[in-house]
Design a protein around this ligand. Structure first.
Ligand code: FNR
Length: 378
C-alpha cells in the first residue's frame, strides 16, 4: 500500500515496478562486461529460456469469495524467520554492477528482513557484509574448495560473522561454457574478485608467494583449480557437517534421486536449481523438476527453489508445486545496477507486494494454503 499511496501523492518509484522489464533497462545502463556477467547463461541460453517457459506453461486458477483480505506471508525456513518465502540468491562479485556490491544488497535485505545468501565469491569480506547486514538474517553459500584447511577457515569465518545456514552449491564444480563471458575475457569478473573471499582468507593467502593485491593473476590461478574438480563427493558431506554448526542446504539439485540422497545424507534442505540456466545448457527447466522432487522427499528435507523467478505469480507457482521458499537471482542484481541499496530495496518491495496481491487475489491467505490444485497447465 505504501507503493500505491506514494504514487497517489505523486512520488513515483525510483524505476519500473515491472521486474520483467529490468533486464532491458539494465542493458541501457551497464557496459557489455557487467551486463552480460548478469544476463548471460550457458551455451545457447536454452535452459535460461526454458526456466521462463516452464512458468508460462502453468497458470493460477483464482478462487472467489474466500476471505483473503488479510494475508500473512511470514514463514520460517530452517530456523530463520522471514517476512515472506523469499530469499536473495547468492550472486558473486556484485561490485561488478555497483561499487557498493554486497554491502548495498545486505543493507537492503536487512531493512526488509529478507535473508541474504552471501556468495563465496563475494567482492566484500564476510565480516564487512555481516556488519552491513546488522540484525538481518544471513546465510552463507559455499563453493567447496578442495583444500580442507581453506574450507575450514572459510566456514569458521562465516560462522563467526553470524551466518547461520550453509548453502553448498554443487552444480558449479567447474564453470560452464558461457560464450558471453568468454567473448569478453572474464575481465570484469577478475577485477571484481580483487578483494573477495577467499582472496582475503589467511589459509588461501598462505599458498601464495605474493598477496593478491600485488599479483592478482597468481591468486586467480591458485583459486581456479581449488574450486574446480570432482573430488568432492556424497561421502565427503560429513566433513562439512563436522565444520558447520547449523543447517546445511545443497543447491543445484535437479534429480529426485539426488534429492533423496541429500535427505539420506542427513542434509537439512535442498535448492532445486539449475543456476539460472548458467551451467548445463539444454538442461531441464528447474520448475519442471520441482513437483517430482517435492514428491520424492516429502517432509524429510526442506525444498527451496530457484531459476527464473521474476514475479509474484512465479513465487505462487513455485510454492504451489512444493517449494517452501524461493531464491531470486538476476532481478535484484539489476536492482543493484539501477541504484545500489535503494535499487535492491525497490526490487524486493515490488516482488513482495506483487506476491502478496497475487496470493490474495487468487484466494489464499497464507503460502501454506497453496497446493498443486491451485494451478493448471496452460
Ligand atoms: C549466480 N549464481 C550463483 N550461485 C551460487 O551458488 N554462487 C554464486 O556465486 C553465484 N553467482 C551468480 C552470479 C550471477 C551474475 C548470477 C545471475 C547467478 C546463481 C544464483 O544463485 C541463482 O541460482 C540463479 O541466479 C537463479 O536464477 P535467476 O533468478 O537469476 O533466474
Amino acid at each position: 500500500s505504501e507503493i500505491y499511496l506514494n504514487g497517489l501523492g505523486g512520488q513515483l518509484p525510483p524505476f519500473t515496478t515491472d521486474l520483467t522489464a529490468l533486464e532491458a533497462s539494465a542493458r541501457e545502463r551497464l557496459e557489455d562486461g557487467p551486463f552480460w556477467y548478469v544476463a548471460g547463461a550457458a551455451g545457447s541460453g536454452a535452459t535460461d529460456r526454458a526456466n521462463r517457459e516452464a512458468f508460462d506453461r502453468r497458470r493460477i486458477v483464482p478462487r472467489m469469495l474466500r476471505d483473503a483480505t488479510v494475508r500473512d506471508l511470514r514463514t520460517t525456513v530452517l530456523g530463520t524467520e522471514m517476512p515472506a518465502p523469499v530469499l536473495l540468491a547468492p550472486i558473486g562479485v556484485q561490485s561488478i554492477v555497483h561499487p557498493d556490491g554486497e554491502l548495498a544488497t545486505a543493507r537492503a535485505a536487512s531493512a526488509l528482513g529478507v535473508p541474504m545468501i552471501l556468495s563465496t565469491a563475494s567482492s566484500h569480506t564476510v565480516e564487512e557484509v555481516a556488519r552491513a547486514s546488522g540484525d538481518g538474517p544471513r546465510w552463507y553459500q559455499l563453493y567447496w574448495p578442495n583444500e580442507d584447511d581453506v574450507c575450514v577457515s572459510i566456514l569458521r569465518r562465516a560462522g563467526a560473522a553470524g551466518f547461520t545456514t550453509l548453502v553448498v552449491t554443487l552444480d558449479t564444480w567447474t564453470l560452464a561454457w558461457r560464450p558471453h563471458d568468454l567473448d569478453l575475457s572474464y575481465l570484469p569478473f577478475i577485477r571484481g574478485v580483487g578483494t573477495a573471499i577467499p582472496f582475503s582468507d589467511p589459509a588461501f593467502r598462505a599458498g601464495l608467494d605474493k598477496s593478491p593485491e600485488e599479483d592478482l593473476i597468481s591468486a586467480v590461478l591458485r583459486w581456479v583449480p581449488m574450486f574446480t574438480g570432482t573430488d568432492r563427493s556424497w561421502d565427503r558431506l560429513p566433513f562439512l557437517r563436522d565444520h558447520w554448526d547449523g543447517p546445511i542446504v545443497l543447491k543445484g539439485v535437479q534429480h529426485p534421486d539426488d534429492a533423496r540422497r541429500a535427505a539420506d545424507a542427513g542434509m537439512d534442505g535442498i535448492v532445486v536449481s539449475n543456476h539460472g540456466g548458467r551451467q548445463v545448457d539444454g538442461a531441464v527447466a528447474s520448475l519442471d523438476m520441482l513437483p517430482e522432487i517435492a514428491e520424492a522427499v516429502g517432509d524429510r528435507i526442506e525444498v527451496l527453489f530457484d531459476s527464473g523467478v521474476r514475479t509474484g505469480a512465479d513465487v505462487v507457482k513455485a510454492l504451489a508445486l512444493g517449494a517452501r521458499a524461493v531464491l531470486v537471482g538476476r532481478p535484484f542484481a539489476y536492482g543493484l545496477a539501477h541504484g545500489g541499496e535503494e535499487g535492491v530495496r525497490h526490487v524486493l518491495r515490488s516482488l513482495l507486494a506483487d506476491l502478496d496481491l497475487t496470493l490474495g487475489l487468487s484466494g489464499h491467505r497464507t503460502p501454506s494454503e497453496l497446493s498443486p490444485e491451485a494451478l493448471r497447465h496452460a
